[in-house]
Design a protein around this ligand. Structure first.
Ligand code: OAD
Length: 246
């Protein structure tokens, strides 16, 4: 961690944290890409697209029910908790995540901009407008709405637009951030992957936390090749925020 970064961590009034699946890896949740990734041996086009759901809603629902079970069993790790502590101490901090697992929220993050939705939301595929928190076991899959149409997981699938309010909030945060910390994302899925570049064009100092190189690595001000569960607590402490690991 450079002196310039420590300086910015202490002084920045607007900090943007952009997270991906790698932030939940130390909670035991598989990332998407790479040898142990969730997309290894599975075809995302047959599990995470509107076309796949139209063709075989039961298989798609089972995939998301399995992911919900994994997420429910996982606990937030020091990376999630460090981010929540920073948000609580420094009101100008924004958290934008591509994750749908709910671990940021469970770690105590006061506000989370969810670019890709949530495993814990449901939406009706009909026109009734139902869009709600998942509160109970869904029973027989595929689940149906009270209106009779199929319910779908409240996540964003490949080929779909991101929620308008989320992308607007993320864009505004990127444009006004003085410091951006990008953690645990392969930076290959757009539009999320465009946010660090946007922030940089608006003058932000951009830091990447990832043990592996990504397409973003060569374009950041500083790359920290450490796991998020180690790097984020260190960054948050360097910002002057007291943070207990447990
Ligand atoms: P990926 O699986 O593409 O990338 C995870 C990144 O985390 C990789 O670059 C790893 O090197 C890194 N990583 C692994 N362990 C880490 C650790 N302990 N600390 C820090 N980094 C670590 O996941 P995302 O970039 O989140 O979208 O994927 C983006 C989107 O693609 C997801 O939201 C999902 C997926 O398909 C949809 O489903 C729409």
């Amino acid at each position: 961690m450079s002196g310039a970064l420590v300086e910015r961590l202490r002084a920045a009034r607007r900090i943007l944290l952009l997270t991906g699946a790698g932030v939940s890896a130390e909670s035991g949740l598989a990332t998407f890409r790479g040898p142990d990734g969730m997309w290894e041996g599975r075809d995302p086009m047959s599990l995470a697209t509107p076309e796949a759901f139209a063709e075989d809603p039961e298989t798609v629902w089972r995939f998301y029910a399995w992911r919900r079970e994994q997420a429910a069993r996982a606990e937030p790790n020091p990376a999630h908790r460090a981010i929540a502590a920073l948000q609580q101490e420094r009101s100008g901090t924004s958290l934008v995540t591509q994750n749908v697992d709910g671990l940021h929220e469970r770690a105590g993050s006061p506000e989370t901009v969810r670019l890709h939705g949530s495993l814990w939301r449901l939406r009706c595929t009909g026109g009734c407008g139902e869009d709600e928190d998942l509160r109970q076991d869904l029973g027989t899959l595929p689940a149906r709405c009270a209106c009779g149409e199929l319910l779908r997981p409240g996540v964003v699938w490949f080929g779909e637009s991101l929620p308008q309010a989320a992308i607007a909030a993320a864009t505004a945060a990127a444009e006004s951030a003085e410091l951006v910390i990008v953690a645990g994302t392969s930076s290959v899925v757009y539009p999320a992957a465009a946010l660090p570049e946007l922030a940089r064009r608006h003058g932000a100092y951009v830091v990447e936390v990832n043990p592996e190189a990504t397409p973003l690595t060569g374009r950041v001000d500083e790359a920290l090749p450490n796991p998020a569960g180690t790097a984020l607590p260190a960054l948050v402490r360097a910002a002057g925020v007291r943070f207990e690991e447990s």
